[in-house]
Design a protein. Structure first.
Length: 414
DNA sequence: TCTGGGGTCCTAGGACCC
DNA sequence: TCTGGGGTCCTAGGACCC
């Protein structure tokens, strides 16, 4: 007896959720039935398509393309700004509904879930169970999903990508030759544009052609990633559906600025703003980090980064800030910058650090960080800001997770 | 009014050690 | 003098996902 695995994928998630919300609040238009997209703010240079309706897709509008380009394909396109708080609530509502069916639920992203339905199939077939779940989500929550059914997560996920929306599909191992092998190579999970190009240069155009290759050849071209996708092409995958989330490996925030930065002083302030946000997240997670990395993107869209391992792990905003300034000064080539990012890695628990702390100055610094965190939690993020932001016109906490007015980062709240 | 932001994992090359 | 080689750590960059 196999374990039935479902992959549940919200159709055009952001757009569906917005549409359902608007209908619930008295709108007479269903955004899913007209050419519409969820898109960022073009004035602040965030103007890309985040999600599209099926009618918008008929104009060949792609996720990730600029709103400028999307509008040139469809002049009447309706553009709605994103509201991540709404998405978070919708995602949670779906997971809550699913917990009735299985204790084994893996949240893969804000709009995708794997469930192991082993225990839920008494007197029911997998297909009927999937249809029931799909229809309950539609009736009770107001949005549609695709459900893919198979014996492992890879095949279930591939199945949920078949015809959309509001559909249940199976992709059992014996269906691989007919349902999966004829598909173009780019449809295989983990085959992106770079791998697609390399495979096509070897004459491999379909998933079936990859599956029938000698795996040692694929390894020689693509190393471990080649082995991974060769296995996927043959339906081989056996990772468990896991309830608990894996420990965080790193965290960061980055932002595209509304204007190009041309001086180090402004860059430092932006870095500080990002560091405030990332550091709060780090402390909320009771972690310290030992590696700080900054990333830069210039006005020609060329990105580069610079990182440093610290002698000791820390969670101090000021220590990170001093490091970030140094890193920036070491690597900035002086050209106009449109984007800056901060990332921490090599995380460890802050328990040990707290016990081993002997420097009075560091202790004072930690007390200050904690006091500021508490003030912001109690009175709001704007209740206490650094004076350098006062006349800067810059947001003192960029990449904001805690401020309702800002777009919160998604995965940290999942 | 032109191109987001959050992650994970892997590899290459250099430094350094024995 | 003619130049090994395995191992680990570190950094930078790239690939993939949503």
């Amino acid at each position: 007896m196999y374990k039935p695995i479902f992959h549940i994928d919200v159709n055009s998630a952001y757009l569906s959720w917005e549409a359902a919300y608007q209908l619930e609040n008295g709108s007479s238009i269903d955004l899913r039935t007209i050419p519409s997209v969820i898109g960022g703010n073009e004035k602040s240079r965030h103007g890309i398509v985040l999600a599209k309706s099926i009618p918008a897709k008929k104009y060949n509008i792609q996720t990730g393309e600029t709103l400028f380009s999307a509008r040139s394909k469809c002049p009447n396109l309706v553009v709605i700004p994103p509201r991540y708080n709404l998405y978070m609530k919708c995602s949670k509502a779906m997971v809550d509904l699913l917990t009735a069916y299985s204790p084994t639920i893996q949240r893969y992203s804000i709009d995708e879930v794997f469930i192991d339905c082993s225990g839920a199939l008494i007197n029911n077939t997998p297909i009927n169970l999937a249809l029931e779940i799909k229809d309950r989500i539609k009736e009770e929550l107001g949005f549609t999903v695709n459900i893919g059914i198979s014996t492992n997560k890879l095949l279930a996920k591939m199945a949920s990508e078949f015809e959309k929306p509001d559909k249940v599909h199976t992709l059992f191992p014996d269906e691989i030759p007919t349902k999966m092998w004829p598909l173009p190579i780019k449809d295989l999970f983990m085959v992106g544009s770079s791998t697609k190009r390399k495979l096509q240069s070897k004459g491999i155009m379909t998933i079936g052609e990859l599956a029938r290759c000698d795996s040692s050849y694929v390894y020689s071209w693509l190393k471990s990633h080649g082995t991974l996708i060769w296995n996927y092409a043959n339906g081989i995958e056996n990772s468990p559906v896991r309830n608990e989330q894996l420990p965080m490996k790193g965290l960061g925030n980055s932002t595209t600025l509304p204007f190009d930065i041309t001086d180090a002083r402004t860059a430092h302030i932006v870095l500080l703003s990002l560091i405030e946000t990332v550091s709060i997240r780090l402390r909320v997670a009771n972690k310290c980090a030992q590696v700080i990395s900054i990333s830069l993107k210039n006005n020609e869209f060329i990105s580069y980064s610079h990182q440093r391992k610290l002698h000791t792990p820390t969670d101090s905003t000021n220590i990170f800030y001093e490091q970030a300034k140094t890193l920036f000064n070491e690597c900035w080539k002086g050209e106009p910058l449109r984007h800056l990012g901060v990332h921490y890695s090599h995380l460890c628990s802050n328990d040990f650090f707290q016990l081993s702390m002997f420097q009075k100055q560091a202790e004072n610094q930690r007390m200050l960080d904690k006091t500021i965190d508490n003030l912001r939690i109690k009175y709001g993020n704007k209740s206490i800001i650094r004076s350098c932001f006062l006349e800067s016109g810059l947001n003192p906490l960029m990449g904001g997770v805690l401020d309702e007015e800002d777009y919160p980062m998604m995965s940290s709240l999942l």
